[in-house]
Design a protein around this ligand. Structure first.
Ligand SMILES: Cc1cc2nc3c(=O)[nH]c(=O)nc-3n(C[C@H](O)[C@H](O)[C@H](O)COP(=O)(O)OP(=O)(O)OC[C@H]3O[C@@H](n4cnc5c(N)ncnc54)[C@H](O)[C@@H]3O)c2cc1C
Ligand code: FES
Length: 289
């Protein structure tokens, strides 16, 4: 893209991180200038596409770009994955949501599962830059699904890897490593848990009895991202909050994870239907054949 005049929301780089996860870099000067760890954007690939939230995984103020890392899980993420370098995304709104509360806590443990690493990386990086000792625990179902290992190692004091099937790191879950570190008398001043709701819920149960402040980054369904539609409603300490404007990070010990998991399943049938239309020749050209 060097030497050409870039247009807003134009893709400048595209990378396949593994079989299901892609990274794209977009020219977005206003977002790159303001982005902070923990924030996200809401994009629409085409005029009539649905609105989808993705975390700003990294940003480059000098080149005025932001990077998004996403799993092609359904219709819209596959539609995004179809775009190539040079093409434009119709709209990218952000940065949205509150930035992570970054300060020197002392020792911070960052626990991330699967794609959660894309969301955890800017948080862990900011924690390191603020002077924390950063211990990272990264998990994935198997070896080929790990992402950003090199980047996480570069900003962590210690890194532990776990895979469900034992193909990389310790066999088991990130929660097993956290339990064993606590048993070895590691003292954590703060924990960030970022991944599937079930994982964050388990981590919250582990840290609660030790009084370790734990932050979870919630991923409810979002539509407007501005606190008006109510789609991202979550219950925190018995009170209704909107993850897009009150979060996406909350005190994990106060989150009603059961409700979050239930609400995430609300549109399963519709999601399966649109994906099946796409795979049989819907309006996403690169997956329609
Ligand atoms: C604040 C936030 C940050 C996120 N960051 C990332 C990220 O960095 N990378 C990434 O791959 N994913 C991220 N997600 C999840 C991502 O938005 C969904 O994977 C995406 O919307 C799926 O859409 P789809 O049409 O491809 O799949 P669908 O088949 O429509 O949905 C698959 C699953 O994705 C979730 N989902 C669907 N629509 C939405 C929506 N409008 N808002 C939120 N979740 C939805 C549901 O759990 C659903 O079951 C984030 C979600 C939130 C709320
Ligand atoms: S996404 Fe609409 S209120 Fe949060």
């Amino acid at each position: 893209m060097l030497g050409t005049k870039l247009q807003i929301n134009q893709i400048t780089e595209k990378e396949q991180l593994n079989s299901v996860i892609k990274k794209i870099t977009i020219y977005a000067p206003d977002i790159a200038a303001k982005a902070k760890a923990g924030q996200f954007v809401i994009f629409k690939v085409h005029e009539d596409s649905e609105r989808i939230p993705l975390t700003i995984s990294s940003w480059d103020k000098e080149n005025q770009t932001i990077s998004l890392i996403f799993q092609e899980i359904g219709f819209s993420t596959k539609e995004l994955g179809c775009l190539e370098v040079g093409q434009k995304i119709q709209s990218v709104v952000g940065p949205l949501g509150n930035a992570s509360e970054i300060k020197n806590y002392g020792t911070a443990v960052v626990i991330c599962g699967g794609l959660g690493t894309a969301v955890a990386y800017p948080v862990a990086k900011a924690l390191k830059e603020a002077g924390n000792r950063v211990i990272s625990i990264m998990g994935a179902r198997s070896e080929e699904l790990f992402i950003l290992e090199k980047e996480m190692r570069a900003i962590s004091d210690e890194v532990y890897l776990t895979s469900d099937d034992g193909t990389k790191g310790q066999k088991g879950f990130v929660s097993d490593v956290l339990k064993s570190l606590i048993a070895k008398n590691y003292k954590f001043d703060i924990a960030f848990a970022i991944g599937p709701p079930i994982m964050m819920s388990v981590i919250a149960d582990i840290t609660r009895p030790y009084g370790i402040k734990t932050i979870a980054s919630l991923n409810p369904i979002m539509v407007d991202g501005m606190g008006m539609c109510g789609a991202c409603r979550v219950t925190i300490d018995g009170k209704i909050q909107f993850a897009c404007v009150d979060g996406p990070e909350f005190d994990a010990h106060k989150v009603n994870f059961r409700e979050l998991m239930q609400r995430l399943k609300s549109y399963c049938d519709e999601e399966k239907f649109t994906l099946s239309v796409q795979s049989t020749g819907g309006n996403c050209q690169c997956h329609g054949h």
